[in-house]
Ligand binder design. Sequence first.
Ligand SMILES: Cc1cc2nc3c(=O)[nH]c(=O)nc-3n(C[C@H](O)[C@H](O)[C@H](O)COP(=O)(O)O)c2cc1C
Length: 210
Amino acid sequence: MAHLLQIDSSPRGERSHSRQMTTEFVMQWKQAHPGDTVTYRDIGRNPVPHVDELWIAAAFSSPEQHTPELHEAIRLSDQLVDEFLAADIYVIGVPMYNFSVPSGFKAYIDQIARVGRTWLFEPEDPEMPYKPLVHHKKMFVITARGDGGYDSGGRNEKWNHQDPYIKTVFAFMGIIDISFIHVENDEFGGQKLAASIANAQAKIIELVAA
Ligand SMILES: Cc1cc2nc3c(=O)[nH]c(=O)nc-3n(C[C@H](O)[C@H](O)[C@H](O)COP(=O)(O)O)c2cc1C
């Protein structure tokens, strides 16, 4: 039995392709694995705060040194990290905004990329002072984009700071088993969009079956 964390980061509701696809993915996953449990977090509609000075002071000091003010400043982050670490599998919906991820998604990453909790700093190892702490997890990322051609060899490849960023930041924490599903062509609509949605749906079936 596995525990799944579903995260949506589109501010859109029913119009959101990434949201529709995470819903579809989780529905199919539950059919295939009825014993698995799911936690849902909607950072698109209930955004987490950006980090501030108190947060930074709390994150980079030991909990024993925390004043009540620092304790409060890091409380939500601790909860988000606990929730993140409790999952075995992640299903994450991420729109492409200005060639990267939405700021709300970045704010979430800043809350969970925590020294001592999801990664370690070991300055005595100059070869690799950063050590990941999140192991043996599987991640499915469903992106939605207005245009297409962002993959290898595509006309927009050099503009794609979305999946390279996602791969880098989760690998930093130790998550390297990441499968991507893309819905593209939202701006074009019509057949182009419909074909991309059909491709994404086929990939969901393939990945859930595997
Ligand atoms: C603020 C903003 C920035 C966007 N930037 C891009 C972009 O850089 N490249 C792109 O292909 N589409 C871009 N889009 C289009 C979205 O990626 C597209 O509408 C996608 O379907 C949104 O995800 P959602 O359907 O899950 O809400 C942008 C949309 C918005 C609202």
